[in-house]
Design a protein around this ligand. Structure first.
Ligand SMILES: [Zn+2]
Length: 133
């Protein structure tokens, strides 16, 4: 079973990640972001009730994060509502590939170091393990 984070800080707002979520009103929906409640919903099953691949679940989370970022900045990133879904979906799949293939997604494995977020700056517990950033 895919594991997603329970919470994410997106543009300074704490979002709850509700996974797996069952979309009862729209069975074709697999993700939803709600700016008003700061929640992201991600389905664990497809429209046929089958478990979704981990890659698709993560791409959906990234997709909804992109919507959340766009909403928090007043829609200035994806400015054409007709194209937003296609642009968000394309970018989400691209980011998923880069993040996944470079080990940047926390899929529940122990990363081998502690990360502390302070004011948007990552502080590494162990200077020896800190990457070049
Ligand atoms: Zn979308």
């Amino acid at each position: 079973m895919t594991k997603l984070p329970d919470k994410l800080n997106i543009m300074g707002h704490e979002y709850g990640i509700i996974f797996p979520h069952a979309f009862l009103e729209r069975e074709d929906a697999v993700g939803l972001h709600c700016y008003q409640t700061s929640e992201i919903y991600v389905s664990g099953v497809d429209c046929n009730g089958n478990d979704r691949a981990e890659s698709k679940v993560w791409a959906t989370l990234i997709h909804e994060i992109l919507h959340a970022i766009n909403a928090s900045v007043g829609g200035v990133i994806f400015t054409d509502e007709e194209k937003e879904e296609q642009q968000v979906e394309t970018l989400a799949n691209c980011l998923y590939q880069v993040f996944n293939d470079n080990g940047l997604l926390n899929k529940g494995e122990d990363p081998g170091f502690e990360i502390t977020f302070v004011g948007g700056i990552v502080e590494w517990e162990d200077e020896q393990s800190s990457p070049d950033i």
